[in-house]
Design a protein around this ligand. Structure first.
Ligand SMILES: O=C[C@H](O)COP(=O)(O)O
Length: 236
């Protein structure tokens, strides 16, 4: 069954997040949707939300600590206040804009997996690598598994080609299936696709072999679009 996840990135306020989450929850109930749905709000919008069991709220990021002197970061003390047990790790914006190294990412993965968190772990290649071909792409992607326990039971993977994120350029079905089938042949975990997924293409993408759902940014920030995305994949 398709997994649908929304990464709010640096969008929505505490107030708009609360109403968004409530609307999505009501929608899942009224439409009797049993797919797993996730929303990753900003850290400032985390809260104790009242949600059905297949709807989870997660953190976009947190430091590998319970608490301490890590200015600007949050740790498990802040997450546990709201019973958050789900986290995104390895997102390309943290790798490429915020400069997180594979070593730091692996440390974070190890910390949160030891605590049993559900981890959505992101991988994906930049354009210059994609242009070198599928072998180089896979080589690059496999490097992003260094230090990562891919047998971890609470792991979901998300393949997000950097060149497709927020650009409106979705990977072709062939691009997606070739990378997904290669990853799937090595790692037996749910694998989401992310990168310019929207209402118009989510169903086709989620129906591809080796695709277990979608991690969505831009299109998921609009409530009506996110609800439609969930509806379009209800039976997949
Ligand atoms: O985490 C989500 C991805 O970065 C995809 O973002 P996008 O849907 O805006 O391309």
């Amino acid at each position: 069954m398709s997994i649908i996840a929304s990464n709010f990135k640096t969008n929505h306020t505490r107030k708009s997040t609360a109403s968004f989450v409530k609307e999505v929850n009501d929608f899942l109930v009224s439409e009797e949707i049993s797919n797993d749905v996730y929303i990753f709000p900003t850290s400032t919008s985390l809260d104790s939300f009242d949600t059905v069991s297949n709807f989870n709220i997660g953190a976009q990021n947190a430091y590998a600590t319970q608490k301490g002197s890590f200015t600007g970061e949050i740790g498990t003390e802040q997450l546990e206040e709201f019973e958050i047990k789900t986290i995104l790790i390895g997102h390309s914006e943290r790798r490429h804009i915020l400069g997180e190294s594979q070593e730091e990412i692996a440390k974070k993965f190890s910390f949160y997996s030891n605590l049993g968190y559900k981890i959505i772990y992101c991988i994906g290649e930049p354009l210059e690598v994609k242009e070198q071909g599928i072998e180089q792409t896979l080589e690059y992607v496999y490097e992003q598994f260094v230090g990562i326990d891919t047998n971890y039971e609470n792991l979901i993977l998300a393949y997000e080609p950097v060149w497709a994120i927020g650009t409106g350029v979705t990977a072709t079905n062939d691009d997606i299936t070739s990378v997904h089938s290669a990853i799937k042949s090595k790692i037996n975990k749910p694998l989401l696709y992310g990168g310019s997924v929207k209402v118009a293409n989510v169903r086709d993408i989620c129906a591809l072999p080796g695709v277990d759902g979608a991690l969505i940014g831009t299109a998921s920030w609009i409530l009506e679009d996110f609800k439609q995305i969930i509806k379009n994949t209800k039976d997949l």
